[in-house]
Design a protein around this ligand. Structure first.
Ligand code: R2B
Ligand code: URA
Length: 309
């Protein structure tokens, strides 16, 4: 049996086709994507998804529906009042919407939730024989040393020890995968934000944690075993290591997408400056406007890519 361990070597991809790092799937007669309520025997994946070139993922179903409506108007593919059916209507685990070459999928909160979604999403793209796909996570985060509302394009996803790694237990053994980001895509997105000129945007490291409270050094959870001073020292050390925001999905997202030949990026708005507090207490309208910022940036990016194609 091949033993799990450090996976330092990147798989080689000889085409732009989405690839699986799993030899077993090709031999399966049917593939049931249980959490999407879709199956290769009941749905024609190439017909439904074969033209997908951009996939945007984000935590909440309503935000991902708002994104598809926004991008449809931006690309001239739909009217503002058009409705987009949830392709995963048979389940309430995840929601999925499509317009033209853009797919928008919700992933819930945290590494386990996004990882399950990504296993099924990447298989969906593989069964649909999609090629040259760019996938972008658009989300929220806590900023470090940034004005709230700033957007961070992830230059490197790191763990809670500031290492650019994603660790997973496979068959009881530790497997470590690289969280490398596509530098060219990062720079293209940074240029798109500069074109828009609407909100401050930085490229920085993103720390991905297993928890929102103690895992992100908050003092306001139900449990806390450290002092305000300990918290400040940790966040200052994170800032010194180049970390500009904290969220809960970037590391597994980049590890899985890299391995399967998807060009991937993470664009998150910061809802607060964690050096100044823990609670997210800005008015609802302010938070709603902040959450539109990654959508605007990525909408502009897709429009630009399609105009240049
Ligand atoms: C950002 O926001 C969520 C926690 O509130 C989590 O999914 C994340 O990464
Ligand atoms: N999401 C996070 O994971 N952390 C924050 O502080 C805000 C949003």
């Amino acid at each position: 049996m091949a033993s799990p361990g450090a996976e330092t070597k990147k798989p080689e991809h000889h085409s732009g086709f989405v690839q699986l790092c799993n030899p077993h799937v090709a031999a399966m007669k049917e593939d049931v994507l249980y959490h999407f309520s879709l199956s290769t025997s009941t749905h024609d994946f190439p017909a439904m998804f074969g033209d997908v070139k951009f996939v945007c993922v984000g935590g909440s179903p309503s935000r991902m529906k708002a994104f598809i409506k926004y991008v449809a108007v931006e690309l001239g593919l739909g009217q503002p009042d058009a409705d987009y059916p949830n392709i995963c209507e048979g389940t309430d685990r995840y929601a999925m919407f499509k317009v033209g070459p853009v797919l928008s999928v919700s992933h819930g909160m945290g590494i386990p939730s996004i990882a399950i979604m990504l296993h099924e999403l990447i298989k969906l793209l593989y069964h649909a024989r999609c090629s040259d796909v760019t996938i972008i996570r658009i989300g929220t985060s806590g900023g470090i040393g940034l004005e709230p509302g700033s957007v961070v394009i992830t230059g490197q996803a790191v763990d809670a020890c500031f290492k650019p790694e994603f660790e997973l237990m496979v068959l009881g053994k530790r497997v470590v995968r690289s969280t490398h980001m596509d530098e060219q895509l990062v720079q293209e997105l940074a240029r798109c934000s500069a074109d828009l000129g609407k909100f401050p945007t930085v490229v920085g490291h993103t720390m991905c944690t297993l928890d929102f409270y103690e895992g992100q050094g908050r003092l306001d959870g139900a449990l806390c075993c450290y002092t305000e001073k300990d918290k400040q020292e940790y966040l200052q050390a994170a800032y010194a290591a180049g970390i500009r925001n904290i969220e809960m999905e970037a590391s597994v997202f980049s590890a899985m997408c890299n391995a399967c030949g998807l060009r991937a990026a993470v664009v998150c708005v910061t809802l607060l400056n964690r050096l100044e507090g823990d609670q997210i207490s800005s008015p609802h309208e302010v938070l709603v406007e902040y959450q539109q910022r990654p959508q605007q940036l990525v909408g502009h990016f897709i429009k630009k890519c399609l105009a240049e194609a």
